[in-house]
Design a protein around this ligand. Structure first.
Ligand SMILES: Cc1ncc(COP(=O)(O)O)c(C=O)c1O
Length: 383
């Protein structure tokens, strides 16, 4: 007892529950301000967090500014107007929706609501980093299924058949990112549908469609059509990517109303602030702006992809706003050299992909800067 007291006196962090003590935190892309402080450089381009460099429309920004006048009031905790707007846009009932502080928030809520140490969750190797994190923080068993090999049609992608086979009687959640981050890979709708049909009703399929608006152009599913028949389907979407509102933090889940009711029970009352609610609603009404950003990004993606190929480099097939680039050796020195030139990309050693970088597609001039710097840095490091 006294030893416990002595430890706690000096190391209060050790009082955390065992599952949390063992967690490694999520490492986000390096912020521009941090690089400015570290190297004293300006004119930095961030291609590290799959943001949308075209940003929100003037109409969306005006709605957010107008909401600031009321910022002394708590936000509408039920997100009524935004829910109604989303319900109309998606063709679902408003009681199927749960709003989150980014879809990140909803991943945490899903794990808290459905996982305990006697449950398990299934996800893919190279799947989005938050899946193991939210699973492990509940003490549940994390079942990581090996990804498809480099020789497959969708190298590094989810092996949906193997994921289906990995579902155990105690599996409550299966996480499928389609398209996936950090690989950009995707599974065709028929394959995802088969997983849904073969999943037991005691297992929820969390279909993470964070890059839905980009992926749809390359034939990824619109899972909403499957909800009526599959009460165990939960779709996650976000305003952080195609809608250009990553800093506002708005994501949403579309699910059976009972699942939404459970998530809404757990959700902190004011998890989406009022400028964010106003911005998301305005952004939804401005589909043309979003579509233009997606089209420009997908055209740039094709250009950057072709340039990498011309340089003799391998990239994973991508249906999102970024590319996974494989180098011949460790990517860390290349990442460091790009930083010194004011270019922030994402190293992937944390995913077990030490020879790879994830590069978000920026504005044309930002991509040009990367394409000019990369051959020089590669020649210097021979990676
Ligand atoms: C696949 C995937 N899901 C969810 C998220 C979380 O996004 P947000 O919390 O900004 O909605 C991300 C962010 O990069 C992502 O890549």
């Amino acid at each position: 007892m006294s030893t416990d007291r002595q430890t706690a006196d000096r190391h209060p962090g050790r009082l955390a529950v065992p599952a949390v003590r063992e967690l490694s935190p999520y490492v986000p892309g390096k912020p521009i301000s941090e690089l400015e402080r570290e190297f004293g450089i300006r004119d930095i381009v961030k291609l590290a967090s799959n943001e949308n460099p075209y940003g929100p429309s003037p109409h969306t920004l005006a709605a957010m500014r107008a909401a600031l006048d009321q910022v002394w009031l708590y936000p509408d905790g039920s997100c009524h107007d935004l829910k109604q707007g989303l319900a109309r846009h998606l063709g679902v009932d408003a009681d199927c929706l749960t709003l989150g502080n980014g879809s990140n928030d909803l991943l945490v809520l899903l794990a808290e609501a459905f996982l305990t140490p006697s449950h398990s969750a299934v996800f893919s190797q190279y799947g989005f980093a938050l899946y193991p994190l939210v699973t492990r923080e509940t003490g549940a068993q994390a079942i990581e299924v090996p990804a498809l090999g480099y020789d497959s049609d969708m190298p590094l992608g989810h092996d949906i058949a193997a994921m289906t086979a990995a579902i155990a009687p105690n599996t409550r959640l299966v996480f499928v990112a389609n398209p996936n981050n950090p690989t950009g890979t995707w599974a065709p709708p028929a394959t995802v549908k088969r997983l849904l049909e073969q999943s037991p009703s005691s297992t929820l399929l969390v279909l993470d469609e964070a890059y839905f608006e980009y992926g749809h152009a390359r034939g990824t599913q619109d899972g909403v059509a499957w909800l009526a028949e599959h009460p165990n389907l939960v779709i996650l979407r976000t305003f952080s990517k195609a809608y250009g509102l990553a800093g506002a933090r708005v994501g949403y889940a579309i699910s059976h109303p009972e699942v939404a009711e459970v998530l809404n029970r757990l959700r902190p009352a004011f998890n989406v602030n009022s400028p964010a609610q106003a911005g998301a609603l305005a952004a939804l009404a401005d589909q043309a702006h979003m579509r233009q950003a997606v089209d420009r990004t997908m055209r740039e993606l094709a250009r950057v992809e072709a340039e990498f190929k011309r340089l003799g480099r391998w990239t994973a097939p991508s249906a999102a706003n970024f590319l996974l680039l494989r180098l011949d050796g460790p990517a860390a020195p290349v990442f460091e050299q790009l930083l010194r030139r004011g270019l922030i990309v994402r190293p992937l050693a944390g995913y077990g992909l030490a020879n790879c970088l994830r590069i978000s597609i920026g504005l044309s001039q930002d991509n040009d800067r990367l394409l000019a710097a990369l051959p020089q840095v590669l020649a210097a490091s021979a990676a």
